[in-house]
Design a protein around this ligand. Structure first.
Ligand code: BMA
Length: 338
């Protein structure tokens, strides 16, 4: 069984068990600390348990550190450490714009068309994918392990929005699908990476047809994700959010995939009971929505830009309650390493 297949089986098990809790960059820094630690998370500082899912971003791969200042070699050791303790790593990629060298939020140029085969920036795209493959190949616990550790790869995310150069109004559905399929074949066949699970994670969508508009096909996707921040701020917005979760769970069940809330959060979390009342309760009270395998909140960067709690934060007591709820699983709940 490949490492990816066993990870997929594990995720499938969580569709009927507790929902795994994850956070972006959790091991790299918190609101209250930026220094390097071998294995520290602010979530653990608050509740005594680490996230079970660890999100990372490869933006600026090729430079010493990623777009948020995380050195890539440290990221690799944290990924291995997380895996060794029974955690799951998921990777997004805020890829720079290949036509003007600016970041992924630089929109307005036909970047997707340019990086497809035959396009002016195709060679540059291949160089990036080669860097990605080299980065992934190094993720071995022992140098002579037959394969790198499994990863969930979540490229070209939030494409139903327009804020990234791969977003809805910046390429056609055909171009988006062609890019996904090309990337999949290149990494799997040319570079031989069989340790990746592929996660498709649009932002908000109107209905199932909209969700599937740029879906590359069942052979190219393992996880049906959703990135959704918007509808978690107030109770009256939750109906739409739950409907979307039910949509992805239903689709996942029909296609033998896993559904997940691949990104979420409420910036700075101004509501005391957000964790238990706004996030968890509506999901677990819905018999369909609760079958998502994991929830990942975004990074803890600064007192204004954070999506997880930290000691002393107003939601810390509620987060402790959330962390003890049997319908949520943290690293210590799924691992024998502690
Ligand atoms: C965004 C913000 C940015 C960050 C980017 C990539 O949502 O957190 O500050 O650079 O994600 O991690």
């Amino acid at each position: 069984m490949s490492t990816a297949t066993s990870l997929l089986a594990r995720l499938h098990a969580h569709t009927s068990g507790p929902i795994l809790f994850g956070q972006q960059d959790a091991l790299a820094y918190g609101v209250r600390w930026k220094d390097n630690h071998p294995f520290r998370t602010e979530v653990h500082d608050v509740c005594g348990k680490h996230p079970a899912v660890f999100g990372w971003d490869l933006g600026r791969l090729g430079q010493p550190a990623n777009l948020d200042g995380v050195p890539f070699h440290r990221m690799q050791s944290w990924m291995l450490a997380a895996h060794q303790r029974g955690g799951i790593n998921t990777v997004s990629w805020h890829m720079d714009n290949f036509l003007n060298g600016k970041d992924s939020w630089s929109v307005g140029l036909p970047v997707v068309r340019a990086i497809l085969p035959g396009g002016a920036a195709h060679a540059a795209y291949l160089n990036k994918l080669n860097l990605f493959a080299a980065f992934v190949e190094q993720l071995r616990l022992q140098p002579n392990d037959p394969a790198p550790i499994p990863l969930i790869f979540r490229p070209f995310h939030e494409h139903t929005g327009n804020w990234f150069w791969w977003g809805a109004t910046h390429c056609t559905a055909e171009e988006y699908i062609a890019l996904w399929q090309f990337t999949f074949h290149y990494l799997r066949e040319t570079k031989g990476l069989t340790n990746l699970l592929w996660a498709y994670s649009p932002d908000r969508f109107r209905d199932i047809a909209h969700y599937l508009e740029r879906y590359p096909g069942d052979e190219y996707v393992d996880v049906l994700g959703l990135d959704e921040y918007h509808h978690l701020s107030a109770w009256w917005k939750q109906k739409d959010f739950l409907r979307r979760l039910r949509n992805i769970v239903t689709l996942a069940e029909e296609r033998g995939k896993v559904a997940a809330l691949t990104e979420t959060g409420l910036e700075a979390i101004p509501r005391h009971f957000w964790w238990t009342k706004r996030l968890l309760q509506p999901i677990i009270e819905d018999p369909v929505a609760r079958k998502i395998a994991w929830i990942l909140v975004w990074r803890n960067a600064t007192p204004r830009h954070h999506f997880g709690p930290y000691p002393g934060h107003n939601t810390a007591p509620d987060f402790i309650k959330f962390s003890r709820d049997p319908s949520v699983a943290f690293l210590e709940d799924v691992s024998t390493a502690f």
